[in-house]
Design a protein around this ligand. Structure first.
Ligand code: NAI
Ligand code: MG
Length: 362
């Protein structure tokens, strides 16, 4: 391929789960003749230890130049007293900001073998495979004005929800493009009944759908509160959900946990497309650095490997290889081999490396 892949393992279990990705990368080179141009950098606490900052300008430039960035996790209690701008999370925030990663993709997929790990009834979630596309760089988390204000002598605090037309259009376009590669259905979610930005969101998405060449995609609109309810009641009605930053934060966490463990959840964050349709992209597990289990070969590498599979699929178009990774994980789970976080009676418990062994064998 000669595609550049920047690897940023980070802290805690980040490097441990990343080691299992390296094994798959080696396997692909040997057995599939797929060679990435690999680069590696420091991020988070690992970078702070050496450079007293969470990411260096050089690594930031590598991220901007790469075809994809694969990110482990950052953070740890030993950095709790570091100044805010140099804290581990600042590395991830800088990557998101400078790469302008405005679309956050969070799949909720139920693996047959893990039906017992969900809090929902098996018949409600069996075969579930949906994708939430959350707007990540605007909305109420960023809108101005914000903060305390004097309101006729009363203390008052405000946040502002604001969206430009272009911000709504670009995230909706990501959702429509994705739906086309899936089951061609998009639910656009807002609260147009009570919010001006909700009315504007609905109007903008509707117009883009009609005039942007997306008539082959089935578009439906839903209020966010109803969506929360429907995700618990009948999640299989959804294929792709596109929503704003705040609603997406809540709905993606709810949808994800209905599928089971944090150790199984991947994510992708996408930026604008270049003239070849290639988007800036960063892939990472949803979980953090898990200091409580770090360094003990206990972490489940599945979320990291599923993030890698998303990268193969969305950045490199290696659909077959993405399927191979996902099916291998599915088969290992079916065979009853599990890490501690998803352990169940009758299964065999293995560590991070053991899980990697089993996945590689599959
Ligand atoms: P966490 O996701 O690191 O851990 C939460 C719980 O889930 C822990 O009990 C952990 O052992 C378990 N867990 C997480 N991933 C697992 C895996 N792959 N296999 C098995 N068990 C797993 O969240 P927490 O504890 O809130 O944060 C720990 C550190 O990670 C903090 O410094 C936090 O700031 C950072 N963090 C970093 C993120 C990132 O890099 N994107 C995201 C979330 C937290
Ligand atoms: Mg959240």
């Amino acid at each position: 391929t000669n595609k550049t892949l920047l690897m940023l393992p980070g802290d805690g279990i980040g490097p441990e789960v990343f080691n299992q990705v390296r094994r798959v990368v080696d396997w692909m080179a040997k057995n599939r003749s797929i060679n990435f141009d690999l680069k590696e950098g420091l991020v988070g606490g690992a970078c702070y230890d050496v450079h007293k900052q969470a990411i260096t300008d050089e690594t930031m430039q590598d991220a901007l130049d790469a075809d994809a960035v694969l990110f482990g996790a950052v953070g740890g209690p030993q950095y709790d007293n570091v100044e805010r701008h140099a804290r581990p999370e600042a590395g991830l925030l800088r990557l998101r900001k400078e790469m302008d990663l405005f679309a956050n993709l969070r799949p909720a997929v139920v693996f047959d073998a893990l039906l017992d790990a969900s809090t929902l009834k098996p018949e409600v979630i069996q075969g579930l495979d949906l994708m939430i596309v959350r707007e990540l760089t605007s909305g109420v988390y960023f809108g101005e004005p914000r903060g305390m204000q004097d309101y006729n002598g009363v203390e008052r605090c405000i946040d502002t929800q604001a969206y430009t037309k272009a911000e709504v259009e670009r995230v909706a376009a990501v959702a429509f493009d994705l739906a086309r590669k899936r089951n061609s259905r998009v639910h656009s979610v807002e609260k147009a009944n009570v919010m001006e930005t909700g009315i504007f969101w609905r109007k903008t998405v509707t117009e883009l759908h009609a005039s942007g060449g997306y008539q082959d995609i089935e578009l439906a609109h839903m209020y966010a509160d109803n969506c929360a309810m429907q995700l618990m009641k009948n999640p299989k009605q959804f294929d792709v959900i596109v929503t704003d930053n705040l609603f997406g934060d809540l709905l993606s966490d709810a949808a994800a946990m209905s599928t089971g463990s944090l150790g199984m959840l991947p994510s992708a964050s996408l930026g604008a497309a270049d003239e070849n349709g290639q988007r800036k992209a960063l892939y990472e597990p949803v979980h953090g650095s898990a200091p409580d289990i770090a360094g003990q070969d206990l972490a489940n590498p599945s979320a990291m490997l599923l993030s890698f599979a998303m990268m193969l699929r969305y950045s490199f178009g290696l659909l077959k290889d993405a399927d191979m990774v996902e099916n291998a994980i599915q088969n290992v789970l079916k065979s009853g081999i599990r890490t501690g976080d998803i352990m169940a009676p009758g299964c065999t418990q293995v560590g991070t490396t053991g899980m990697g062994d089993a996945i590689l064998a599959e």
